[in-house]
Write a protein that binds this ligand. Structure first.
Ligand code: ATP
Ligand code: MG
Length: 455
C-alpha cells in the first residue's frame, strides 16, 4: 500500500508528526486500498486535541474548518482536497441512537480502532510504521468477511445503525456477513426503529447503489424490512402471471440489479410495485404515492424522490417501439425528455426484473430510448415549449382563453408531430383556428392509445 508523499493525507500526517503528535490514516481509505479498490477521501486519526491539530495545520498555511469539534473533528483543505482529522476517541452510550451522548478523547490509537464498527474498518496505516490491525481486519478482507469489532451483540445495541451498515457494505463489496455477526444483526434489527431516519436513508441509498443490492434485499429482509416495513409486507405476495419468475420481493430485487447505478433509478426500481398487494388497475399511481411517503420518511434527497416517483407513476405506460409513440409519450410528459427517459429506463429494469425471457421487451425499450435521443439531436419539437409560437400568439389570434389556450397549443403540437404543419411561425399561426376547433383534453393520451401494449 503505497502512499505518495505529496498526497493530501501524507502532507497532513507529516505536519502533525513534525509537531510531535502521532497520526494514522484510518477507515475506508485503508480498507479500500487493501481491497485494491480506488480509495476516496482519507480520514486521519491523531492523538492531538483538535485545537492543536488546527493550530499546527494553520501554521503550515492550510485552511482548517471546525466541522465537528464536539466529536474532535476538523477538516483541513490540503491541495484542494478536504481531509478530516479526528482526535482518538471512544464513544459514550447512544441513548437516542442518533449521536453518542458524549465522546471521550484518548491517547491510544488502539482504543480508537476498537470503537469502530467492523474489523475491515478498524485498520490504521502509516507510511513508515505500516499497518496496525489489532482485530484481524486484513485477514477478514482477504476472506471477504464482514465481522463486528468485539462483541457483535453489544456493538449493534450501542448503535443499531451498524446493522444497516453491515448490509450496505455487503451490498457494495459482495462480502459475507460472518455468521455470529449476522445473527446479532438480525436479533437487533428491530432497534433500527430508534435510529434517526436520515442515517438509515443514507445507508439505504448506498445499499441500493451496491453491485449486490438485489441479493442483499432478499437475503437480509430481516434488516431491510425494518428499515422499510413496506418491503417486509411483500414477503409472501405471489405474482400471478406466467411472465413472473419470482415473487414480488424477488421481482423488485432483480429490478434493482437491472437498473443503472443511479439513486433515483435504483429507488424507483425497488419501490415501483410497492402498492401492488393493495391495488390493481392503478398500482402505478398508488406505488408512486407510497414510494414518496417512504422516501420522504427516510429523508432521501428531494430531487431523487421526485424523479423516482415520476418514473414509477409512468412505468405501466408501455408502448410499441415506434417513433410516433415515443413522441406522444414525451408530449404527455410535458415534452420533458428527461422525464421520458427516466420512465422508460424504469420500464426496462422492470422487464428484466421479471427474469430470463424478458430481454425482448428490454430491447424494445432500448430502441425507444435511442429514438428519443435522435429526436432530441434532430431538434424535433417534443413539447409545446418547443413550438415556434406560444400562448400569447394563440390568445391574440383566437377566442381561446384559460386552459383552452394550452389545449390549442397541444393540438398544434399534435399537428406538427403528425407532419401536417411544419414547426414554423407563420404556418403555426395560420393553423390556430383549426387547432382551436380540435382542442380537447387528453389529446396526447388518445394519440398514444393505439400504440399501448397490454401488460
Ligand atoms: P465509505 O467508503 O462509504 O465512506 P467508510 O468506511 O469511510 O466507507 P464512513 O461512514 O465514512 O465509512 O465512516 C468512516 C469510518 O468511521 C468507518 O470506516 C468506521 O471505521 C467508522 N464508523 C463510521 N460509522 C460508524 C459507526 N456507526 N460505528 C462505528 N464506527 C463507525
Ligand atoms: Mg468515508
Amino acid at each position: 500500500m503505497n502512499i505518495i508523499p505529496s498526497t493530501p493525507a501524507a502532507i497532513t500526517l507529516d505536519a502533525l508528526e513534525s509537531a510531535g503528535w502521532q497520526a494514522w490514516i484510518v477507515g475506508g481509505w485503508v480498507r479500500d486500498s487493501l481491497m485494491g479498490r480506488p480509495p476516496h477521501d482519507a480520514d486521519i486519526a491523531t492523538n492531538a486535541p483538535w485545537r492543536e491539530t488546527a493550530r499546527v495545520l494553520r501554521a503550515k498555511g492550510l485552511a482548517v474548518h471546525e466541522t465537528g469539534t464536539k466529536h474532535g473533528t476538523v477538516t483541513a483543505i490540503v491541495r484542494g482536497d478536504a481531509v478530516e482529522i479526528t482526535t482518538y476517541r471512544v464513544e459514550g452510550p447512544y441513548s437516542d441512537s442518533r449521536h453518542p451522548d458524549h465522546v471521550e478523547f484518548v491517547d491510544d490509537i488502539r482504543l480508537d480502532l476498537a470503537r469502530r464498527d467492523f474489523t475491515m474498518n478498524a485498520i490504521a496505516f502509516h507510511p513508515n510504521r505500516g499497518i496496525l490491525d489489532p482485530f484481524g481486519g486484513a485477514a477478514d478482507i482477504e476472506a471477504r468477511t464482514i465481522r463486528a469489532v468485539g462483541d457483535a451483540h453489544r456493538r449493534f445495541a450501542e448503535d443499531p445503525l451498524r446493522v444497516m451498515r453491515a448490509v450496505r457494505f455487503a451490498s457494495q463489496m459482495g462480502f459475507a456477513i460472518e455468521p455470529s455477526t449476522r445473527q446479532s444483526a438480525h436479533e437487533l434489527a428491530p432497534l433500527l426503529e430508534r435510529v434517526a431516519k436520515e442515517r438509515i436513508g443514507a445507508e439505504f441509498t448506498k445499499l441500493l447503489l451496491g453491485a449486490h443490492a438485489g441479493r442483499l434485499i432478499e437475503d437480509e429482509l430481516a434488516v431491510v424490512g425494518v428499515a422499510v416495513p413496506e418491503l417486509a409486507a411483500l414477503q409472501d405476495f405471489k405474482l400471478k402471471s406466467k411472465r413472473h419468475a419470482y415473487d414480488l420481493l424477488g421481482h423488485l430485487a432483480h429490478s434493482v440489479d437491472a437498473a443503472p447505478i443511479d439513486e433515483a433509478q435504483r429507488w424507483a426500481a425497488l419501490l415501483h410495485d410497492i402498492a401492488k398487494p393493495h391495488a390493481n388497475h392503478d398500482h402505478a399511481q398508488r406505488s408512486a404515492q407510497q414510494a414518496q411517503d417512504i422516501m420522504r420518511r427516510l429523508r432521501v434527497k428531494r430531487r431523487v424522490v421526485a424523479e423516482a416517483c415520476d418514473a414509477i407513476a409512468w412505468h405501466m405506460t408501455s408502448f410499441a417501439p415506434n417513433v410516433e409513440a415515443v413522441r406522444w409519450f414525451t408530449a404527455l410528459l410535458g415534452g420533458d425528455a428527461r422525464r421520458a427517459r427516466n420512465a422508460l429506463t424504469l420500464q426496462r429494469s422492470d422487464a428484466l426484473g421479471h427474469g430470463p425471457g424478458n430481454e425482448q421487451r428490454a430491447r424494445e425499450v432500448d430502441i425507444e430510448l435511442r429514438m428519443l435521443d435522435s429526436l432530441i439531436s434532430n431538434g424535433e419539437a417534443l413539447g409545446v415549449g418547443d413550438l415556434k409560437i406560444d400562448g400569447n400568439d394563440v390568445a391574440q389570434r383566437s377566442d381561446a382563453r384559460g386552459k383552452q389556450i394550452g389545449q390549442t397549443l397541444n393540438a398544434l403540437l399534435a399537428a406538427v408531430v403528425e407532419g401536417e404543419v411544419p414547426n414554423e411561425r407563420n404556418a403555426l399561426l395560420a393553423s390556430i383556428p383549426k387547432a382551436e376547433s380540435e382542442a380537447c383534453e387528453q389529446i396526447f393520451q388518445k394519440r398514444l392509445e393505439k400504440f399501448l401494449t397490454k401488460r
